[in-house]
Design a protein around this ligand. Structure first.
Ligand code: CA
Length: 292
């Protein structure tokens, strides 16, 4: 298996990033990743105000996938996520949903052991390990790794976890996959602007579906197929994610449009991934057992 060190990373997804590794469809790769703050926070005395904001959200890679061409779908199956200890969580003035009401900043360094995060002596949290940033190069220009969009990026979706497969669009030859920003624990919303940020290792198996016009990005796990959409406006993100799932059901699963909409009312959950990044991310979860 090939591995990529966390010393090779990017701060933006771009067609001009130089690949650090070339792989074939079907290959398994291990990405070693920084936490979203690139290890800058080492003690509870440090807050947001001490961060160098130029060194945020490094994504390890990018990886060039042989045969991936514009118009294809890149599938990334998440085989395992290993997180280091400790993790860090922050909140403070100007940050997240409560930013305008808070004064000062707070930092907690949180030890992790045996799949438990020790928030305090009384509060012990089971891990829900996930990948915050995962994406490919956009068609042109560059998108900072902190921004989610059609190419993936900082979607901060807790369904990007072990066992799930994320599907991303290929805009440039080789796709240029990069990922990072692991969270050991995060709730839908990511209200305070930070999950339990950790460094770690991710193993994925990458494949290519040739020339398929899925409404991407999407996620599939054992039970659900999901569409994701990001926008500055949460309402628009909802509309886009729903329209994408309707498109998927009508174009690829043979539902008529009205049935697809009625089934959305009945069994498709619209959920928030996060509301604190430059664009907010919504996902729609449709149960696979009702697919034809
Ligand atoms: Ca993030």
């Amino acid at each position: 298996m090939k591995t990529i060190s966390r010393d090779t990373y990017v701060y933006a997804m771009s067609p001009s990033n130089k690949p650090v590794l070339h792989i074939n469809p079907g290959d398994q790769v291990e990405f070693e990743t920084w936490d979203a703050l690139q290890g800058q926070i080492k003690s509870a005395d440090q807050g947001f105000d001490e961060l160098d904001w130029a060194c945020i959200n490094p994504a390890t890679g990018p990886v060039f996938i042989n045969t991936a061409e514009p118009g294809d779908v890149l599938t990334v199956k998440i085989d395992s996520i290993e997180v280091d200890s400790p993790g860090v969580v922050l909140c403070g003035q100007g940050m997240g949903v409560m930013g305008e009401f808070l004064s000062g900043t707070s930092t907690k360094i949180i030890p992790i052991k045996d799949d438990v995060a020790y928030f305090s002596d009384e509060i012990k949290l089971p891990l829900n390990k996930m990948i915050g940033v995962i994406g490919v190069a956009p068609k042109e220009g560059e998108i900072p790794c902190g921004v989610p969009d059609l190419h993936g990026g900082n979607m901060d979706c807790k369904e990007v976890r072990e066992g799930a497969t994320i599907m991303l669009p290929v805009y440039v030859p080789g796709a240029l996959l990069a990922l990072g920003d692991l969270h050991a624990v995060m709730a839908d919303g990511e209200i305070g602007v930070s999950g339990l940020e950790v460094s770690g290792k991710v193993r994925v198996t990458v494949d290519v579906i040739k020339n398929k016009k899925y409404p991407l990005p999407m996620i599939e796990n054992d039970d659900y197929i999901m569409t994701l959409a990001s926008d500055e406006d949460l309402d628009k993100a909802v509309d886009m994610a729903v329209a994408n799932m309707i498109k998927y059901l009508t174009e690829f699963e043979n539902f008529n449009e009205h049935d697809a909409v009625m089934l959305h009312s009945l069994i498709a959950d619209v959920r928030i991934c996060q509301v604190v990044d430059p664009k907010k991310t919504i996902r729609v979860e449709f149960p696979k057992k009702y697919l034809r």
